[in-house]
Design a protein around this ligand. Structure first.
Ligand code: BTN
Length: 290
């Protein structure tokens, strides 16, 4: 990390560009003091034709959005809120594969960037929560548009708690959330963190586009704290009822979470993993015989 003085500097175009070693990601960079949501700002830019790899960063968000309609706490001067536009011209079959894997490979890239700059080793809660031990340090919200057309794009939105000390979290988040500074005992330079993340993302995204899905699947599984856990999954797209419990066993070739569901009625399918493609996962406890 650079000096603790730069840790408290605003994220500037100059600071990010100086640290950036990507070909595409972040080469078009929009840095805002305040916006309702960087995902909404990126969506508007993408619709206006912004190029592949465009990045929007804000110092604070007034209506930061999380998954499943939740809010994302976005105070100024401390954290990283950014959104990346990824554009691709793909066939309908390729689009669903792309939309399945972009969130997972982005989560791996965030975890890896944190490890590179801090030495901490975050884990992932499927599909794309970034955890330190049991607490959430960041999350991703991916939103797509134009997926039935040759001009599909996905907005990869990342919120990372960087320089918040534990007592700065609101009461309802204090036991659930953490930050890099709270975990490491020192602050971090957000511009360097962003540039490192964009490099890690570009490496994995390029590999994915060349077909290296199994490498990403393997890297994701190694970091995934959900595997070997007993889980409860609240379905968010109506797959096999509203809520299931079982043991998470693997990550499927389509990025799904494979769960052996408790008490599945049919003896022929009992013990066969069910593929969860969207849902809200709760970790119940680690299985004693993984
Ligand atoms: C989650 O629920 O875990 C996902 C949180 C994603 C928050 C980020 S902050 C930057 C981007 N803009 C938003 O409005 N949301 C995402």
């Amino acid at each position: 990390m650079s000096s603790s003085v730069s840790a408290f500097q605003p994220v500037t175009s100059h600071a990010v560009t100086m640290a950036l070693c990507t070909k595409t990601l972040g080469r078009s960079l929009h840095i805002l003091d305040e916006t309702p949501s960087t995902n909404s700002a990126a969506l508007a830019l993408a619709q206006a034709g912004a190029p592949d790899g465009t990045v929007v960063v804000a110092d604070t968000q007034t209506s930061g959005r999380g998954r499943l309609g939740r809010q994302w706490y976005s105070p100024p001067g401390k954290n990283l809120y950014c959104s990346i536009i990824l554009r691709r011209s793909l066939s309908p079959e390729q689009v669903s594969h792309w939309l399945s894997w972009v969130p997972l490979l982005s989560a791996v890239a965030v975890a890896r960037a944190i490890q590179v700059i801090s030495g901490l080793r975050p884990s992932l809660k499927w599909p794309n929560d970034i955890l330190m031990e049991q607490r959430k340090v960041g999350g991703l919200l991916c939103e797509s548009s134009g997926t039935g057309t040759p001009n599909a794009f996905v907005i990869v939105g990342i919120g990372l708690n960087v320089n918040m000390w534990r007592d700065a979290f609101p009461d309802d988040l204090r036991d659930l959330a953490t930050s890099l500074a709270a975990e490491a005992g020192r602050p971090f330079d957000r511009a360097v963190l962003l540039a490192t993340f964009l490099s890690e993302l570009e490496i994995r995204y390029e590999a994915f586009l060349l077909g290296a899905v199994s490498d990403i699947q393997h890297e994701y599984a190694l970091r995934c704290a959900t595997l070997r856990q007993r889980v409860r999954v609240e379905m968010t797209n109506g797959e096999c009822g509203e809520c299931i419990e079982g043991q998470a066993v693997s990550i499927g070739d389509d990025g799904s979470l494979q769960v052996i569901v408790d008490n599945l009625g049919d003896p022929l399918t009992r013990g066969t993993p069910v593929a969860i493609r969207a849902g809200d996962v709760v970790h119940l406890r680690k299985d004693v015989n993984p």
